[in-house]
Design a protein around this ligand. Sequence first.
Ligand code: MN
Length: 230
Amino acid sequence: MEFVFTQPQAAVPVEGTSQLFPVHRIYCVGRNYVEHAKEMGNTGREAPFFFLKPADAVLPIADGSIGEMAYPSQTKDLHHEIELVVALGSGGKNIPAAEAVKHIYGYAVGLDMTRRDLQAEAKKLGRPWCTGKGFDQSAPISTIRPISATGEIAQGPIQLSVNGQPRQKGDINQLIWSVAETIEQLSSFFELRAGDLIFTGTPAGVGAVVAGDLLEGSVEGVGELRLRLV
Ligand code: MN
């Protein structure tokens, strides 16, 4: 059987190669840093939860270049959330935390861009977050660095500045649920697969950006991400 038409595979370049990492799904963790949970009106002790973005929401940005993201429609409050992204090279169901690291292909720096006004409305009305979180280009992402080059990332500064002014600052060791625990939890809800990306949550300091702003983020040991809103 042939497909009635073909369509592109969402993908992210891998550092130091001419290869692409094919994206299967994009999972995101909510409220995974205490100070961000507090700034969103929670105690910081709630268990994290998951939502998804479409695979083709990725906006890959090559190392050393400044990506461009079009300011999205239907919002007046677009927020940045800088995040460590974990790329899976294999998957499974009910993966124990102690075995999670062997499923990691590599890491990237990502932005979970959020139409905060639409998300807030959805929260209030008990509606899904799709329009607030899962829109086109809502997942800008750096080149993926294989874990063979980085080693396991369990600590190190994560930060974001806007137009040179510091906005978000944290450390990967402040994750409420570690990457391994996140994989354990997530794999109890979904069968994880090679090609899955996990956005692991954002530290405190989220805020609005407007067209013309330059966002510069980094995770130590992983890389940098530069994005201009147009
Ligand atoms: Mn997020």
